[in-house]
Design a protein around this ligand. Sequence first.
Ligand code: ZN
Length: 122
Amino acid sequence: MGQLYARDLTTTDIVIEHATVLPPVSASRTGVRFNTYQAFAERVRLFENGLHCVGLWHTHPVSTPEPSMNDELLAANYARAAAEDLSGIVFVILGTKPFPQGIGVWFHDQKSLRRLTAEASR
Ligand SMILES: [Zn+2]
C-alpha cells in the first residue's frame, strides 16, 4: 500500500505524479493496516517538495478488486482528514488481472465512495 501524490491542485486534470510504498503493519482480505504516523511523516516530507497527498493505493489478492467495508472506512477517514485542502481523495485498489479489469479507481468526496470509470472521469 502507499499514498498518491500530485504537484498541482489548481488544474482541471489532477496528475498523480508520485506513488509511494508504505510497509503494511498487517494485510488481509478485509483490510490493510499501516503505520499512520509513518504515513503522516511521509506527507509532511513530500509536501516540503511540493507534493500534495491526494489518495491511497493498495492491493487485493483477487482478480477484480472491490473495496471492503474497512476500505470504505479508510477512504472516508482520509477524505475527511483532508477536507480542508481537498474536495475528496482518490482510492485505488490493484487486483491480479491486468489493466483495465484488475485496477479499480474510486473517489471519496467525504460523503461516499464512488467508482470512477474512464467516461466518468472526463
Ligand atoms: Zn482493501
